[in-house]
Ligand binder design. Structure first.
Ligand code: SF4
Length: 173
């Protein structure tokens, strides 16, 4: 992208860019999150949206509870097998392009609930773009995840370092 003068005498600048760059710029600065909060991590997410941490600094404050109006799914809390189909349906109803943050160890791996009813990671049923460690994660970690999503939107073809490359998840629902 660059700024150039059409005519040096008239001093009217124009900008050269690509359609993809403009779309990515708009998308990354206007994420509409949908929190799928089932446990204590959801309380932590409330802190991120409110004034102290203020997620609106990153253009992601329009929290929606309708999947059709959202493009960023934040799964915050323990997910049981019973909730699995509902989470999958909500993900499917979201408009494309869409991104997913798995917030906290419970959503990412089942956490310490290694039992008969807890799903051992939401990536068994939906693709995840960013995982956040912690129980619960600090609000700064959630903001960092939003920044990582923004980076991913801006550079859609960037390949992650080898140690972070994982195989496509197998969806068993
Ligand atoms: S990761 Fe910790 S804080 Fe988050 S839902 Fe699980 S138990 Fe609660």
């Amino acid at each position: 992208m660059g700024v150039k003068n059409v005519n040096p005498n008239e001093q009217l600048p124009y900008i050269t860019t690509t359609r993809e760059a403009v779309l990515a710029w708009g998308r990354k600065n206007s994420l509409w999150p949908m929190p799928f909060g089932t446990a204590c991590c959801a309380i932590e997410f409330m802190g991120v949206v409110s004034s102290v941490f203020d997620i609106s600094r990153f253009g992601a404050e329009l929290v929606r509870f309708s999947p059709r109006q959202s493009d960023l799914l934040i799964v915050a809390g323990t997910i049981t097998y019973k909730m699995g189909p509902i989470l999958k349906q909500i993900y499917d109803q979201m408009s494309d392009p869409k991104w997913v943050i798995s917030m906290g160890v419970c959503a990412s791996s089942g956490g310490f609930y290694n039992n008969y009813c807890t799903m051992q990671g939401i990536d068994h049923i939906i693709p995840v773009d960013v995982y956040i460690a912690g129980c619960p994660p600090r609000p700064e970690a959630i903001l960092d995840a939003v920044l990582k999503i923004q980076e991913k939107i801006e550079n859609p073809h960037k390949t992650p370092p080898a140690q972070f490359q994982v195989k496509e998840p197998k969806f068993d629902y």
